[in-house]
Ligand binder design. Structure first.
Ligand code: GLN
Length: 196
């Protein structure tokens, strides 16, 4: 991996909560490196080159999938050699299979994902959840969140709720149903950066 001071992080900036991801990663990087480190928005294939990590934000996975296609990003994303930190709609996009045929996922994490899995009654909620690798619970914000109903042997479940997995890791990638970029607790960002 790159020396710490050289870690280059981008955020897929097609739709969704892009600025929150930029802020969270800039904060996590400056806590780690001790100096300001800009995080760059990614909209075109050439902007992915040379990055060590990429965040795929929450938003609408149906819209993001369309824009990935339109901007010629499918191949560069599917072949990205660095780590991907994906939240909510981002998690849907990392899967190998999705319940909604309008989403064509990237197939980078071996899991079958259900969109909006908590239903109308529990569209948005917050919960303190135990996550493998963290020594105390994480306050997680869920907004029309997906879950992984099936996780293959290539991937590792780091957290689950009763209806399925909500944090899944495969190689350098981390897929989360919830939104750590919305809060001040950046332990999951740190966990992710440590493995790059
Ligand atoms: N329900 C959205 C989707 O499946 C995700 C919601 C979110 O990212 N907050 O695309």
């Amino acid at each position: 991996m790159a020396a710490d001071t050289d870690i280059r992080v981008g955020v897929l900036a097609l739709q969704g909560d892009v600025s929150e991801h930029v802020r969270a990663f800039e904060q996590a990087l400056s806590a780690r490196i001790g100096e300001h480190h800009p995080v760059v928005p990614v909209r075109r294939p050439m902007e992915i080159e040379g990055l060590d990590a990429l965040a795929i934000p929450g938003g609408e996975s149906t819209t993001i999938t369309r824009l990935i296609e339109k901007n010629g990003l499918r191949r560069p994303l599917a072949r990205f050699p660095g780590g991907i930190f994906a939240t909510c709609a981002g998690m849907v996009l990392l899967a190998t299979a999705v319940d909604d045929p309008r989403v064509e996922p990237l197939g980078l994490v071996d899991m079958r994902v259900v969109r909006n899995a908590f239903g109308r009654q529990h569209e948005s909620f917050e919960a303190d959840i135990a996550i493998e690798g963290l020594d105390s619970p994480f306050h997680a914000v869920f907004i029309r969140a997906p879950v992984a109903e099936l996780v293959g042997t290539g991937a590792e479940i780091l957290a689950r709720l009763n209806i399925g997995a909500v944090a899944v890791r495969q190689s350098l990638h981390l897929a989360l149903s919830f939104h750590p970029e919305l809060g001040q607790d950046l332990r999951l960002h740190e966990l992710f950066l440590e493995r790059l």
